[in-house]
Design a protein around this ligand. Structure first.
Ligand code: KMT
Ligand code: NI
Length: 194
């Protein structure tokens, strides 16, 4: 699992900095799992993937572990995105937009092929947990979880985005307490189990 930690309260001045507490407060795998996050480690360096942002046919999965995940979980769509100042048009605005707190009405699946970045998710106390993802990390965020993304100080991430069915990446910015996906998430992961 990737390294995860609690972020300090309040606005973060530099989203690309690690933003750890002093002293650091590590977040355990169990805590991440309890929020509905799934994780697999693959070997991204062992196979060839397109070097730039392109649609990618998931039937092309050359990595048997990736094909297995695709089949087990029903991922039928994939594309590849490169977030880098020279490869993503309108880079600074995109990086700002990815960092707006939002939910989706479907699971968010990212397989990191190169570079690194941070996914921040809200924990059970509504605090930000920062997850440092790197090449080989395949992570899913459940439908309805509040989250955001940023590159780290290296300013480069190369990732495959997978989806079940026709992809819809629409972000619904917070607050979304009445949104069906949010209601479902709160019921399944945040309410006390009786
Ligand atoms: C997201 O979910 O914010 C993105 O797709 C950004 C690039 S993927 C690591
Ligand atoms: Ni998202």
């Amino acid at each position: 699992w990737p390294e995860a930690w609690l972020m300090p309260d309040g606005e973060c001045e530099n989203q690309k900095a690690p933003n750890k507490c002093e002293p650091n407060v590590a977040v355990s795998v169990e805590e991440l799992q309890a929020l509905g996050i799934n994780y697999w480690k693959l070997d991204a360096g062992a196979y060839e993937y397109p070097a730039i942002s392109v649609p990618w046919d998931p039937s092309d999965a050359v990595d048997p572990k990736l094909s297995q995940l695709r089949d087990d979980r029903g991922y039928s769509y994939a594309d590849i995105i490169t977030v880098h100042p020279e490869k993503l048009p309108d880079y600074d605005n995109k990086v700002k937009a990815f960092f707006e707190e939002h939910i989706h009405d479907a699971e968010e699946i990212r397989y990191i092929l190169g570079g690194s970045g941070y996914f921040d998710v809200r924990d059970k106390s509504d605090k930000w947990v920062r997850i440092h993802i790197k090449a080989g990390d395949l992570m899913t965020l459940p439908e309805g979880i509040y989250h955001r993304f940023t590159v780290d100080e290296d300013d480069c991430i190369h990732a495959m985005r997978l989806f079940k069915g026709q992809p819809v990446w629409t972000p619904f910015n917070r607050p979304q307490e009445e949104h069906e996906s949010r209601v479902k998430y709160v019921k399944e992961f945040l309410e006390e189990k009786k």
